[in-house]
Each structure stands twice: as C-alpha cells, then as structure tokens.
Write a protein that binds this ligand. Structure first.
Ligand SMILES: *Cc1c(COP(=O)(O)O)cnc(C)c1O
Length: 232
C-alpha cells in the first residue's frame, strides 16, 4: 500500500468512528477526496484504494485531470471551488456535483448548459455560515430562498447546503455554525424541497461536522498531504 492509500484508509476509519460516536448509521457520511493541486497519478492511487468521489477547485486544472483520467468511467467529480460565470460550461458538461452555487445567475447558466442526455447536475448552495467578509457563499438568511429558486431550474437537482466553517473557530463556534447549517436544511425541507445533503467538514473539522449531521465531508490534506501553491 502506498502512503496516500494508507492516508485514505485512515480517513475512512476516522469517518466510521465519528459516525459511531454520533450514533449515526455506518456509511451515512460520504467522503469527497479533495485533490486540488495534486496530479492525476495521485488520484489514480487513491482511486485504486477505493475512492470514487473527488473534489476540485480550479476549473482549468481540473479539466486537464478529467482528460488524463478519462479511462476511469465511474469517477465522480465534485466542483468545490468558485465557479465564475464564464466557466460554467466546463462544469455543466463534466461535473457530477457542484457544491458552490451562491448566485442564481450561475445556477441558471449551469442549468441551460447541462447537456440533456446527462442526469441533472447535483448542486449545493454555498453558505457563508459565519458571515465572514470576503468569503464566498450566500448569507444564511438568504440561503433557503436561493435554494428554492434554484430548485425550479430544470437541469439542476438541489441536494442541500455546503459551507467552509470559520478557520480557527473554537469548538463551540464550530458547533454553532454546523448546527445552523442543519437547521437551514430542515427549513428548506419545510419549504417543500426534498434536499438531503450537508457538505461540511474538512481535514481539521470533519469529526465536529459529522457530529452535527454532515453527509459529505471534503477532505484534502489528510489524504494527499500539504498543498504547494507556489506555481499557482
Ligand atoms: C481545499 C478545500 C477542502 C479540503 O481542505 P483540507 O483542509 O485540505 O481537508 C475542502 N473544501 C473546500 C471548499 C476546499 O477548498
């Protein structure tokens, strides 16, 4: 086993432990392996250990990897970075999921550009859960309304909400942020949208997120190692 495969196994084991600690069903939390900045060969290694869901942030970089990995037909691509409206076409044509919809304009373009022979694009609305200035995502107060509007678009399926919790938040603040996300999903269900996803929790805070109801954790460095942004 390679070290990446070892890391992947350890993260899977931690997820199982966190599910058990929260009295949640085994396998109720999905792992999205965040491979941004890492080469296609690293993805192949982790794929060989059993991972199928991979998260990418930068459209150009990701597009190249989809070409290199075209021989892995069951790989599931999650776009978790900001999608500028001039780059929606790549995402509409190649992604399975987008976790980062925070404007109706972007949602409309994704719906218009989603090829009719593909299944609907699975989307989450990104929420700036702690109201941090300069951070992506819709304000918590506007999240349910945006999700309801997005749910009307024909080629998208709204699955729920996504957030990046405040960095360096203490345990209590983190708990409050994740709990508020769970409440937003309940509010969306009450508004008549049958969404079921909370995409929250990363390498540093996945246990806390799972305790609060995360269904998808997005884990990068704990699997692939420290990222090097020097050529970005
Ligand atoms: C990079 C990234 C992650 C993974 O972060 P790690 O701390 O490396 O696990 C998760 N979500 C988003 C939106 C990211 O940009």
């Amino acid at each position: 086993m390679t070290s990446l495969q070892q890391n992947y196994r350890e993260v899977c084991a931690k997820i199982l432990e966190a599910e058990a600690a929260a009295h949640r069903e085994n396998g109720s939390v999905h792992l999205v392996a965040v491979s941004k900045t890492f080469p296609a060969d690293d993805i192949r290694e982790v794929y060989a250990a059993g991972a199928r869901d991979f998260g990418e942030n930068y459209i150009q970089e990701w597009y190249g990897k989809t070409e290199e990995l075209a021989d892995l037909p069951d790989i599931v691509w999650h776009m978790i970075g900001d999608v500028q409206s001039n780059k929606t076409r790549f995402v509409a044509e190649r992604a399975h999921w987008v976790h980062t919809v925070s404007r109706l304009k972007t949602a409309r373009r994704l719906s218009e550009q989603r090829p009719s022979e593909m299944p609907p694009l699975q989307v989450c609305i990104e929420v700036n859960i702690a109201g941090e200035p300069g951070k992506h995502g819709v304000a918590p107060e506007e999240a349910v309304a945006l999700a309801c509007e997005t749910a009307k678009l024909p080629r998208l399926q709204v699955r729920g909400f996504m957030c990046v919790a405040e960095a360096d938040a203490g345990a209590e603040a983190l708990h409050n942020q994740f709990t508020r996300m769970k409440q937003l999903l309940a509010d969306l269900n009450a508004a008549g949208v049958a969404a079921d996803v909370l995409s929250m929790g990363m390498s540093a805070d996945m246990e806390a997120a799972i305790a609060c109801g995360a269904t998808h954790v997005r884990v990068g460095s704990a699997i692939f190692g420290k990222r090097d942004y020097s050529d970005k």
